[in-house]
Design a protein around this ligand. Sequence first.
Ligand code: IMP
Length: 199
Amino acid sequence: MSFIVAATGNQHKLAEYAKLLADQDVEIKSLNDFPGYTEPEENGSTFEENAGIKAASASIYCSAPAFADDSGLEVEALDGRPGIHSSRYAATDAERIARLLGELEGKENRRARFVCVISIAFNGEVLASFEGEVKGTILTEPRGGNGFGYDPIFQPDGFDKSFAELSQDEKNRISHRARAYAKALEFVEDELSVFTDQF
Ligand code: IMP
């Protein structure tokens, strides 16, 4: 049996990838299984570029097919910021939220979307990338204690709760990440054996 690398050390993402590959005849490894790996600089200008950089680099170091994802929040009135800089927008989740709410003060348009791109690479080349999004609005103050990141101030369309007020299962049914995973799953089912058979 061959294996595939989830290019992350994040246990939460690893669990998602494991679910994605549950029915495949392929073992899943993480970057923790490859000591000495140095993560590449995420110097792309889009989610897709950054996901591709991470997947391609891991596929070379681990000599195996690799998955990586990149995600963030795009706010219309801020010309798409924080976007690919979502995790670097400020030092902590609370400060990131405070900064975003401050920048939106007085602005009428509070439309936003969460985006996630998953890339799959082999031999340093990106084979495919899949994007998932969820649209919604930015609330005027944080609500709810679940989730992480910007969840307390994001209300998905069709709900009267923030992401942080939804249960993990509810969020997983509609999230940008879940939607990108669903698309990647189709690819895995149709194509994965074609390239895992090669190594
Ligand atoms: P990365 O994909 O791990 O680089 O994460 C990007 C950043 O975007 C995270 O650190 C969060 O600040 C934000 N983000 C991505 N997905 C979510 C989400 O589902 N909820 C809240 N914040 C998120």
